[in-house]
Each structure stands twice: as structure tokens, then as C-alpha cells.
Design a protein around this ligand. Sequence first.
Ligand SMILES: [Zn+2]
Ligand SMILES: [Zn+2]
Ligand SMILES: [Zn+2]
Length: 604
Amino acid sequence: TTFVSGRVIVTHDSKTSTWHCPCIDGKFSCTHKATAKWHLFEKMPKMFETAKIPKEDFTCDEAEDIGSITDEAAERMIKYLISHKKIPAQLPETLVTSSRDAKALSGFPKHLIPSEDACTECGQHALGEPQLISATAKILTLSGLVTGISTYRKTCLNCDMVYRYQDWQDGVHNFDDHLLLSIHLCLLLRNALQTHTSVGRIIEIIELTERESFPNKDRILQAYLSFEGLTDHDYLYACDSCGYHPAVVVMGVHNEGVFSLPVSEIPNPPQNYNGEVNAHSFWEAVTMEVISHGLYPPGCRNPFVVEPTYHNWSPWIGPHTRHSDILLNTESEKVCMPDLSDGVDQYLTKEQLADEVLNLKLSEIKKLCKKCGIDGRGSKLDLVRRLRDEMDSSAIYNQVFKKLRGASGGWAVITCPCGVVYSLKFNLRAERPSDFADLLLSWKIFPNITVYDNASGLVSHINERCPQDTPFAIHEGTLLDHTAENIRQAAEHNLKVNLPWLKRRKQPEDVGGHPVTGSAEHYCLSDNFHQSNNKQNSDILRHIEIVPELAETLNSQCAEQLFADMRKNNYFLNRLTLSAHMFLQRNIMHNYNVRKNTRAKEYM
Ligand SMILES: [Zn+2]
Ligand SMILES: [Zn+2]
Ligand SMILES: [Zn+2]
């Protein structure tokens, strides 16, 4: 069946009961498919009665037993790989070229044997003979597959430590002893992600061009993630020109980075949880997970998977910008106040939501109807159709949204005026000013100027949270005292407040002044762009246009541009597991920062 939605052609294969749209691959939903499905639901409901659930390609039972190791051995191996086998962030040019040409020149070694001869764990004991793990391993390259590769492991006869082949110097990245990627392909995938092209799309391009069929795409994505996991990125998250402590920051939330995560599935934090998390250990665990997928076949219980919890869920702030490894995360305080009224944009159409409701069990849908005060009798389709029709009411839309998406809050982002990302926080729940407060209060040095849509909300939150030492002690972080005269002048665009230290360091500097500006003043301002969001009169005294030094240089649309770019990644990010999504987002933003810094250098 073919359906034309706008200019996009959506097709339905009734044999496999799958939907296809050129805008997204596989079984994942998009607006076009949702619209098409709803259209066909109305026209030919019969078609859907026999709908089947598509089968997973690969399961645990089919996995080979050879090479499976205990959880303890896996942990030792992963830790060893992280400490001894890291791939340099800057790979030598010659290595990349030879990896690129190796397929054509038959340059890849056929037998991949670990290079270790002695055990590093128990004091130089000799290792046993190499054991063959697979004689049919494949190397994926940009020009197709290299097959018939043999992979081996070695085991320490003394302490049982297992060594596998992981020598990037040969131009290959070993994922799971069966699937390997050429280093050149890994770099290509990295750049593809920078241009908002998913790993799946690149693989499809190669398959079409080479007329070959590659292994499962999700597995290839995991293989790529393990490459990034083993790459020695510094994740500095800092701009070369603004340094580790920028004086001016722009904050925003990328609301659409939302997953299907029912809130009820996140356990409540322990009673004594103090709202702090160790960023170093958390991100190490996420990195270990990413590498562990190469040791556990898909569908197997993997003890390294990091499940989302309020008390073990960490933002990322660069190592020199943060106060210490201990960061604030007070999200659990949101648990008692589920409120969707502000901060959440309605970005999913009611058709898309209805489409997702269909995946729920009938009993769940009945419960949802009851919550929304909608008649719960009839077939699944009747109920979903009824819900869809009522979703024009935002109360009902929010109920449904909350049920499906757990009202997770997307990414809170802090950038410098150049648009380099300094902090990322993935919110499990809808965004609040407290998320930005968590980030800023985890910084070593509080910036002089903070630009944020909900400036007054942030200031009142911080003033309440730190009554003794709030950075916004003077007229609530506005530029001037809230007199009627000041507000009138600002409204008439006649108000100017010079902050010369933004251009030339203050002399003599204030006590406790910012290292860049020498000033100890703190303002929480808003961009002209979002004027309409501001509710209080005095908020007009937060306009960045009042400060000539800012109006000239601050392009807060940098953040808007960044979010527009991030939105283009939704189609592949939003269907990863939460921890993989976190890992990949932090990685993509890091590579984005590196690119921004390099480009800035080239202009100088
Ligand atoms: Zn589509
Ligand atoms: Zn040993
Ligand atoms: Zn900068």
C-alpha cells in the first residue's frame, strides 16, 4: 500500500506488516508514517487487525558459546582495554590512509592475534597459546566487507586474565571478535554524525553501492560506539578563546531529546540522597557499558548497562571548568511535583502520539482513558481513536505525552558566546531552572553574565537555594534597580548600561572578581529574542540590548543554531538506550567543539 503524505511517499508492506518512509529507516516512527497510518486506519481498519510484531534479528540463544566469559573476566578485560588500548584522538595520517586502502591492497592481516606476550595483571607471566575465536569474522570498510578473518584470544595461565585482539595500529577496530570496523570507516562515521547522518544511512549507502548485505545495523552502531569509547578523547568542553572559565554564558534547553521512558520505571532515590553525583565514575561506567556490548551478544543479560536513576545520573562539565568530580543533580526533587505546564513544547503531533499509544497493552490504554476521563469501552482502535480526537485539549495531550515519554526534559546546554558547548545535562524530567542551577553551581567560577530565557525563574531559584551567598544578591541580577523610571526608559529602548570590563579587565579588580574580567558582578539576562516569555515588569531590565558591550558581540542565536543542529540528530539518537544516547550525545558535542575550535584557529 502506498500513501502520499505531503510530498513524501510512505509504503506499507502487508506481508511483513512494516512501514517505510524515506525520511527514517526501519521500524521507527515519523510524522509521515503516523499520518499515513491514521489515514488508513480510517479507510481500511481490517488491514490492521492482523498486524504482527516484527521479530528481532538476533537473539541470545543463537549466540555462539565460544568466547563467552564470566562477568568478572569481562570487567577485567574492559578495564584493561581502557587503560592500555586507548586509540589516540588524533590518528596518524598514514594510518588512516593505509586503513582506507587496505581492502583493495589486501593489507589487513588475516589472523588477528593479540600482541600481548606476557600478563600485565599478575607480573609478566607468559600467556597460553592463542585460541581461535572465529574464523569467519568480517571487517567492514567503506568499500564493502573483508571476510574470512580469524580472531584469537590469549589467556594467562596463572591468573586467567583474557586478552583479545585490540590493535588499532593495524587500521582495524575489533568490536566483538566477529565484527570489526576499519579505522577509516570509524572516522567516516564520526564525520557523518557531525553532518546529522546516521550510521544506519551510511551503511545503507555502502550496501547499495557494493551490493552487499552488512550485519545488523544496531550492532554496527554499537561497534562504532565502542570505537568512540576506546578513543582517548579529553572531553575538555572548552572554547580556545574563552578559556575554561567564560565570563559570559548562554543557556538553553534542547527539548526534543526525549525518550520513551515511563517515569514510573525510574526508581525513587534513596532517602538520604544528597543531590550529588560523581561525574568521573558515572561517565566511566557509561564508557564501560559501551565497550561491554562487544562481549555480550545482543539480548543477553549485560551487567554493565547503566540504568537511569535519579541518584546516579550525571551531567557533563569539562574537567577544568567544574569545581570537582562531584556535580550537583537535584532532579529527584522534581519527583514530588510533576508539572508539565511550562518548558515542554508540543512537538509531537497527536497522530504521532496516538500511534505510540497503539503499542501499549489494552489494559494500559484503558487506564490512560480513565485518567483522561474518556469512555474506556470498545476495541483498542476505538480507544486510541477517541484519545486522538480529544488530544486537542492540552490537558489530555499532556496526560498522554507523560504516559508515553515520562515527561523527560531533554538536554540542558551551556555554551560560550562563540557557541562552544561547556556543559550538558540530560534531564530525566521536564526542564526547570534548577537544572541550570545544578550546572552553574557545579562550576568552579560563576560567570559574570548568564543569558537564559527564564532569567527571573533561575534567579529566584538560586536565591532560595543559596540564601547566604547567592551570586545574584544585587537587584536580583538585573542591570539596574527596579525603579519605575528605569523600567520606563528600558521599555522605550533609551536605557544603556556600560560594562566596560567585558572588553578590558577591571583595574583594580574586585575582591573575588572573575579571572577574565576582574569584576565580581553577576547578571542574569535575557535575549531580545525571547522577550515575550518574560512575565515580570522588571525583567525588561534584563535585556542584553541594554549593555552595548553585549549587544555588539553576543550572538545568543549561536545556541539557537546549535539546537537546530541537534534537532537534526533526533531521528537516530532518540531510539538508542538512555545510556548510549548520553554517551553518543556527549561524544558528538565534543567532536563538534573540536571542530569549532579548529575552525576558529584557521580564521586567526
Ligand atoms: Zn517520514
Ligand atoms: Zn596473569
Ligand atoms: Zn568562546
